[in-house]
Design a protein around this ligand. Structure first.
Ligand code: ADP
Ligand code: MG
Length: 246
């Protein structure tokens, strides 16, 4: 325990919650201890990464254990790979079930960036990662009567809500979603974007698989988001990198 505390302190990792696993210090440990797909780990190495960043050290073991997480770390500190790696591993490979992983991002630009990183990290694994560029085309591609040959969706909440609510039948089926990630959650929860809580409730309801898990990431350890997580997430683990109120 003392050793774990020292590792956390050295890396500026603060944690709240019960049974938080030991931080991972190397990519090797992903393979050795968590049996993470080596293709995925090699994709990290091929990006030029050599060691996990602090948010990854703590979020990876948590999410690989299936824990719901709130992670906060400054901009540019590797939050995207912090959630992509454990979830891409758990999705294993392509299936014909429809979307099993959804990422919500506050803007189209951020959604595109995450989509690109998702494609890079899933190279050689065959997972199909999509973004909604046109809602009518999306309805045709992802609606009820399609072959369901897609696994991952990165989108803004507005476009997803439009697909779920406009028209006679939902333009997208989220019943097979296993992980719902809310990226930049502090921005989404901000007063400026009205009704995100309501949008999230609609999206979560559409994710009708009772085992669906949620993870939230943000640049600040915002009180509102913490509060929402404590109320809504199951046995939430909270991780914050750097100063508590940065
Ligand atoms: P955030 O979402 O926290 O703002 P990003 O996930 O966009 O940050 O990551 C910032 C940069 O760090 C990106 O260019 C990403 O490719 C890079 N990066 C991610 N993980 C690592 C790592 N383990 N080692 C080195 N660079 C990394
Ligand atoms: Mg980010």
């Amino acid at each position: 325990q003392q050793k774990i505390n020292r590792i956390r302190k050295l890396n500026g990792i603060h944690v709240w919650g019960s049974d938080i696993p030991e931080p991972l210090l190397s990519f090797d440990q992903l393979v050795q201890e968590y049996k993470v797909n080596e293709v995925l780990v090699n994709n990290l190495i091929n990006q030029g990464y050599s060691t996990p960043m602090p948010i990854q050290m703590q979020a990876w073991p948590l999410m690989l254990q299936g824990r719901e997480v709130l992670g906060s770390a400054p901009t540019g500190s590797g939050k995207t790979a912090a959630f992509l790696v454990p979830i891409l591993h758990q999705l294993q490979g392509p299936k014909k079930k429809g979307f099993r992983f959804v990422v919500l991002a506050p803007t189209r630009e951020l959604a595109k960036q995450t989509h690109r990183e998702c494609i890079r990290l899933s190279e050689g694994i065959g997972l199909r990662c999509h973004i909604i560029s046109n809602v009518n085309r999306a309805r045709k591609m992802f609606g009820a009567h399609t072959a369901k040959k897609f696994d991952i969706l990165v989108t803004t909440p507005n476009r997803l809500i439009y697909l779920l609510q406009e028209g006679d039948t939902p333009g997208i089926d989220l019943s097979k979603v296993e992980w719902l990630v809310i990226d930049e959650s502090d921005r989404l929860f901000e007063a400026g974007i009205r009704g995100f809580r309501d949008q999230l409730a609609v999206i979560y309801k559409a994710c009708s698989n009772p085992l669906v898990k949620r993870a939230l990431f943000s640049a600040t350890f915002a009180f509102e988001v913490q509060h929402w997580c404590k109320l809504n997430l199951d046995n939430v683990a909270m991780v914050s990198i750097g100063a508590r109120n940065s």
